[in-house]
Design a protein around this ligand. Structure first.
Ligand code: SAH
Length: 268
């Protein structure tokens, strides 16, 4: 990879020999190299002076350098030892903490806003991991296909388990698309920046486990009617009495699926 970096920033590329292509790939290392896009991402977060920020996978720090000058504090978690070391030397500031670690394993402090271009390979587990902590909103760049599934409307092909399970925790909105040409090395796919607002849904989920089961049944058997899809998991229940049974589950919005799951919870 030819480095687009100048001067001391070239250190990010002079990683020790153990930094193989395979490891870079495993860590999802596609670095954003367009300053304007980086600025747009940071601006979209509308960070206030008293807010604590989290960044996941800062990499060479294109977002980090901007975020470090904003809000009250910044925590950035980077798994790659070399990138961590260089970034940590560059950004020695009182209100900035670069942590070497795996975001799936470190204790995430309470924060207000997340701004990240994340490693795409862990998008789904990472998102649900983040739902376990407290925060208000996030501006995250995802692989385009993932962003489409996350923000899909019910009844569409992209609408699925991800859309419904995420909707329990956040309201999502696509902000803008980023071409794969804006990264080095170039990934095979384009990206989309998504805004996620932490918001309780306007419906209640009485039993999360049953809700999860219902959602799984619906989207594992997308082509079946609800009755037949649900039969695969709840074979002893009298499903006929429930609404929508002759429809496909994928046409229901999250609220309707939650209400249905609540009805099933009552029957069990
Ligand atoms: N945000 C940077 C880098 C994106 S590449 C940019 O926009 O250019 C993804 C980054 O996440 C890489 O730096 C990679 O080393 C890091 N990473 C991968 N898996 C991680 C994990 N589990 N925890 C923390 N960081 C991780």
């Amino acid at each position: 990879m030819t480095s687009p970096l100048q001067g001391e920033d070239r250190r990010f590329d002079s990683a020790p020999a153990h930094q193989s292509y395979k490891r870079r790939k495993a860590l999802g290392q596609n670095f954003l190299v367009d300053e304007k896009i980086a600025q747009r991402i940071v601006d979209a977060a509308e960070i206030k002076d008293d807010e604590d920020i989290l960044e996941i996978g800062p990499g060479r720090g294109i977002l980090t350098e901007k975020l470090a000058q904003m809000g009250k504090s910044l925590v950035a978690v980077e798994k790659d030892k070399w990138l961590f070391t260089v970034l940590n030397q560059k950004l020695r500031r009182e209100n900035v903490e670069i942590i070497e670690g795996d975001i799936m394993k470190v204790d995430i402090p309470d924060i207000d806003v997340i701004v990240s271009n994340i490693p795409y390979s862990i998008s789904s587990p990472l998102l649900f991991h983040l739902f376990e902590t407290k925060w208000d909103r996030a501006v995250i760049m995802f692989q385009e296909e993932f962003a489409n599934r996350l923000t899909a409307e019910h009844g569409t092909k992209q609408y699925g388990r991800l859309t419904v399970m995420a909707s329990v925790h956040v309201k999502c909105k696509k902000l803008f698309r980023v071409s794969r040409n804006m990264f080095l090395p170039q990934p095979r796919v384009h990206s989309v920046v998504v805004e996620l607002k932490r918001e309780a849904p306007n419906y209640e989920v009485k039993d999360v486990k049953i809700f999860d089961e219902v959602v799984r049944a619906i989207f594992t058997h997308r082509r079946k009617t609800l009755k037949n899809a649900l039969k695969t998991r709840f074979e002893n229940l009298e499903l006929d009495k429930l609404p929508f049974m002759e429809l496909r589950g994928e046409v229901l919005n999250p609220e309707e699926i939650a209400n249905l799951a609540n009805e099933i919870t009552k029957l069990i």
